[in-house]
Write a protein of this length. Structure first.
Length: 407
């Protein structure tokens, strides 16, 4: 296989030497295309020795052979590692002011990028918008990991390890070859997602409910479908217009379930054949034992409501899971800081038994009824696997990245 490995200017470039070495060792023809700035970290001689091919950063070399275009058109697979914030921005904008940019514009092969940068740069709205744009175009994003960074800081932004990059890239190439077209990293995965807030009736007029708009769960469903999955979306109450895109997506089937009991039955049925189950709905914890058939009126006197606990749908799904199934839960929590949010998430993940728990802070001005969200992803080791901040679609894609790492 003809593989182009682009290297942009970050300290993580030293890891890419192992990416190239692994590909060459496995019999692939590898051509390294570094940016000029990346050569400050790993020099030309190293890339030529490892890849066994000449290396240049200029579009003016081998002009007669049109090498600046030929690399892209000849490639069966393109990897960019590390992909700095600058390179991601250029990719999203289609800027081709170096050999790597031209190669990326010229290729129709699957493209896999491994971001690497400081947490503040990764979390910036511009970077997240660029990532979203690249994903929409079919670019595969691997990482970043959450861990120690250069300079003593820690957080998301660390480039994932070479073996993970190689595995993800070769898998993307195999899917591309099998499909004969660009393939997504969730291709043909069967997914069940719940969203919205349940409403538990008290009488024909009133109900117990919550402020969930359904935006985050729908974003999870759309992200999965856009990345190749087939999605069964079970929706409770959602705000006007939230379901519009899902209803018209060719890989999403929408079912309505308005109460906790209805949601329990619908999700059990939807999860029976699902590879991944994501319980993003805000299910009311309590309901009244008997619903009044007539409106309860003020003149009836003081009203006291007895409440009974609703079934814990997530625990039930975990208990009845089928082999190989991945189950993801959501937890909306009020917390003073990230440390408390993390501890609450760890306790809830352990209690629910899920493979991954997305924990997000909610309050009067955050979480519910907003376009933005911020979440920690706690895995089965009770560690924060990653976190995400930005639009709810950004959080949704980060969730699927975390799920893929688990699977």
């Amino acid at each position: 296989m003809f593989v182009v490995v682009g290297v942009s200017g970050g300290i993580a470039a030293y890891k890419t030497v192992q990416v190239v070495r692994a590909l060459v060792t496995n019999g692939h023809e590898v051509h390294v295309v570094p940016t000029a700035d990346s050569l400050r970290f790993v020099g030309t001689a190293t890339w030529e020795a490892i890849s066994r091919h000449p290396v240049t950063t200029s579009v003016h070399d081998d002009v007669a052979e049109v090498r600046h275009v030929a690399l892209g058109t000849s490639a069966d697979l393109v990897i960019v590692a590390p992909a700095t914030a600058n390179t991601l921005a250029k990719m999203a904008a289609g800027i081709s002011d170096n050999l790597l940019g031209v190669t990326l514009l010229a290729t129709t092969a699957p493209v896999v990028v491994a971001p690497a940068m400081h947490t503040a740069m990764w979390d910036h709205a511009a970077t997240q918008a660029n990532i979203a744009t690249l994903r929409e175009r079919g670019v595969h994003i691997v990482g970043p990991a959450d861990g120690p960074l250069t300079g003593g800081d820690s957080g998301p932004g660390r480039m994932v390890e070479p073996d993970e990059i190689v595995a993800a890239a070769l898998a993307a190439a195999r899917r591309f070859a099998a499909a004969g077209a660009p393939a997504s990293d969730l291709a043909d995965l069967r997914v069940a997602v719940s969203t919205g807030g349940t409403r538990e009736p008290i009488d024909p007029v009133r109900f117990l409910g919550n402020r969930s708009s359904g935006k985050q769960g729908v974003a999870v469903a759309l992200a999965a479908a856009d990345r190749g999955a087939y999605v069964h979306l079970v929706a409770a109450h959602v705000d006007d217009g939230v379901l519009e895109k899902a209803l018209h997506h060719p890989r999403i089937a929408v079912e309505r379930a308005l109460t906790a009991v209805e949601m329990d039955a619908a999700m059990r049925a939807a999860s029976a054949e699902a590879d991944v189950v994501v319980m993003a709905a805000a299910v009311a914890d309590f309901s009244v034992p008997e619903v009044s058939d007539v409106k309860i009126r003020k003149e009836d006197g003081t009203v006291t409501l007895d409440l009974v606990e609703n079934p814990d749908i997530l625990i039930g799904l975990v208990q009845d899971r089928r082999p190989g199934q991945t189950i993801v839960g959501f937890a909306a929590e009020t917390a003073d800081d990230d440390a408390e949010l993390r501890e609450r998430g760890i306790r809830k993940r352990s209690r629910k038994g899920v493979d991954l728990l997305a924990v997000n802070r909610v309050g009067w001005q955050e979480g519910f009824e907003t376009a933005e969200n911020r979440a920690l992803f706690v895995d089965a080791t009770d560690e924060v696997a990653s976190h995400a901040a930005g639009t709810k679609r950004v959080v949704a894609d980060a969730l699927w990245d975390a799920v893929l790492r688990l699977r």
